[in-house]
Design a protein around this ligand. Structure first.
Ligand code: ASP
Length: 341
């Protein structure tokens, strides 16, 4: 552990820094000074801790691609000066943000650890202190003078996850996140035990930051009884470039000729359709059942075991930075940042 590590804490908002507003009787974000006052322990670290606060901290339901780009720009500007980055973020969309940052930051050789809390800092039983303190420890952790974690992660309730593999699983348990399709990168007990074999290896290629995202995408969630109008309305959205079709089980959809023909027409018009399962664990396997074989036949791309959050971020990233549809389709099926097996 490097005692003099420099860590930049980026405060975007979220419950961790919220206080109860008497007028509206709801939780609202406050500025970071309040967080520092509520966690005097931060002064005990030997690390150099600096902070960057969003001008207007947000509830993470207000997160959007512009704020993701703002966040990567902060990291880019400070990349050489700091050993690691801790991002304080609301839990609601944290898995989306972690996924988006993982694509926007290529060959990152430093830790970017997102964390937050289920209870505000000022609450007596808050989970915020442990989450923040351990996230800082992980961001500072080094071995042979190199960061142990070299990817975008979420640290929450004693576990470190690959960010683009996570999903917010519970709105009330302290263990809010799950990474069903990828092992935990580290566990915090008395010591922080890193699972070195599953953490991204240091990259020898140059660090690169992307600053474009294209949100002309939609999600088509299947449910028994969906109508033709429902499918048509989504696939005919003006400017649409890609659709995530959220299918059943191993990537299955009804064998309905009308439905298939709407999808096929969209694909022929150049719209990318990506198949993601509604299940939290497991993978799309085109061809395992007849009900997915025909999806592959008409040109739907398998999202394999990607999370929905990762698929959303990956599509926005690829559409924003690449023009060729065939190239985008190939990249969708390739692991770019460890997001699929
Ligand atoms: N609504 C809050 C947010 O996502 C919830 C949280 O932080 O846990 O910003």
């Amino acid at each position: 552990m490097n005692k003099s590590a420099s860590i930049l804490i980026i405060y975007t908002g979220g419950t961790i820094g919220m206080i109860h507003d008497k007028n509206s009787n709801s939780l609202k974000p406050v500025d970071f000074q309040r967080i520092k006052d509520l966690i005097p322990e931060l002064q005990k670290f030997d690390y150099h801790l600096s902070t960057h606060c969003f001008d207007t901290p947000v509830d993470s339901s207000n997160m959007n691609p512009d704020l993701w780009i703002e966040t990567v720009k902060i990291i880019e500007k400070n990349y050489n000066e700091y050993d690691g980055f801790v991002i304080l973020h609301g839990t609601d969309t944290m898995a989306y943000t972690a996924s988006a940052l993982s694509f926007l930051l290529e060959n990152i050789n430093k830790p970017v650890i997102l964390t937050g809390s289920q209870l505000p800092l000022e609450s007596l039983r808050t989970d915020a202190k442990e989450n923040l303190i351990t996230a800082i420890e992980i961001a500072a952790a080094k071995q042979n003078n190199q960061s142990i974690v070299t990817e975008v992660c979420i640290y929450f309730e004693y576990q470190l996850y690959r960010g683009n593999r996570t999903h917010k699983f519970s709105a009330e348990d302290f263990e809010a996140f799950r990474s069903v399709n990828y092992p935990i990168l580290a566990e915090a007990g008395v010591d922080i035990r890193f699972n070195h074999s599953v953490i991204q290896k240091q990259s020898t290629n140059a660090f690169k930051v992307y600053n474009k995202l294209d949100n002309n995408i939609a999600i088509l969630k299947l449910f028994p009884g969906f109508t033709e109008q429902y499918v048509s309305a989504i696939l005919n959205i003006r400017g649409l470039k890609a659709v995530i079709i959220e299918t059943y089980g191993a990537g299955n959809a009804p064998v309905d000729l009308c439905f298939l023909s709407i999808l096929e027409t969209a694909i022929q018009k150049g719209i990318i359709i990506l198949n993601i399962t509604q299940c939290n664990g497991g993978s799309v396997e085109h061809g395992k059942y007849e009900t997915s074989a025909m999806l592959e036949r008409i040109g739907i791309i398998s999202g394999k075991d990607m999370t929905l959050e990762s698929a959303v971020a990956k599509l926005m990233f690829l559409l924003g930075n690449y023009a060729d549809v065939t190239e985008i389709k190939n990249m969708l099926q390739t692991s770019l940042r460890g997001e699929l097996s």
